[in-house]
Design a protein around this ligand. Structure first.
Ligand code: 5GP
Length: 203
């Protein structure tokens, strides 16, 4: 049976990746969105088990020790990780999984799974990123500065990604369409058809 593909969507805070991912999920395609665990506190409106699994540091570290996380990273002082249970069973049963994660986690995924498809989403410029981040109004100045610093480091890993999506203002629909095209292209990869040549010669 054909396995699912892991799609990693990265982009600095303010790049619009949650909006793009949410819009993609609404299309009802064969995608499972992997719900991460984190030690950060929920922001207004976030629901445990829907947006994240909100866990304590102790629980997260126990999870790491048990091998419960497919990948994990520390981002601005908090743990974030993809539970194995959010990924492996879906891939094995042919469902694509989308991970919305930062760059260090993305590099771990790339190492573990050569077929994973890494997509980086960016706004047109650093200054537009800053404007979006401030416009969101959800974080303190200290957090914003930390995230901007982090954004610089993330953009420098651009070349490690397979695909790039430019998220212009009001560009969400375009990005979703482009993500769909990328996903569709993956289904034609020769490695998705390991038994085809055998069948070809025997039927
Ligand atoms: P936020 O606090 O804004 O929800 O997320 C901060 C950063 O952590 C974002 O770049 C987000 O994509 C990333 N992130 C969310 N979940 C995970 C995860 O499971 N693993 C990793 N490595 N990064 C994650």
């Amino acid at each position: 049976m054909k396995k699912g593909t892991v799609f990693v969507l990265s982009g600095p805070a303010g790049s619009g990746k949650s909006t793009v991912r949410e819009a993609l999920m609404k299309r009802g395609l064969n995608f499972h969105y992997s719900i991460s665990d984190t030690t950060r506190k929920p922001r207004g409106g976030e629901v445990d088990g829907v947006d994240y699994g909100f866990v304590t540091r102790q629980r997260f570290e126990e999870g790491i020790a048990r091998g419960d996380y497919y990948e994990h990273a520390i981002y601005t002082g908090e743990y974030y990780g993809t539970p194995v249970s959010q990924l492996t069973p879906y891939i094995e049963s042919g469902v694509n999984v989308i991970l919305e994660i930062e760059v260090n986690g993305a590099m771990q995924v790339k190492k573990k799974d050569k077929n994973a498809v890494l997509v980086m989403l960016l706004p047109p410029s650093y200054s537009s990123l800053e404007a979006r981040l401030r416009g969101r109004g959800t974080e303190t100045e200290e957090k914003i500065l930390k995230r901007l610093q982090r954004a610089k480091e993330e953009v420098l890993l651009f070349n490690k990604y397979d695909y790039f999506l430019l998220n212009e203002d009001n560009g969400v629909d375009a990005c979703v369409r482009q993500l769909e095209i990328i996903a569709e292209a993956q289904s034609f990869r020769t490695k998705n058809y390991p038994d085809f040549t055998t069948k070809f010669f025997n039927t």
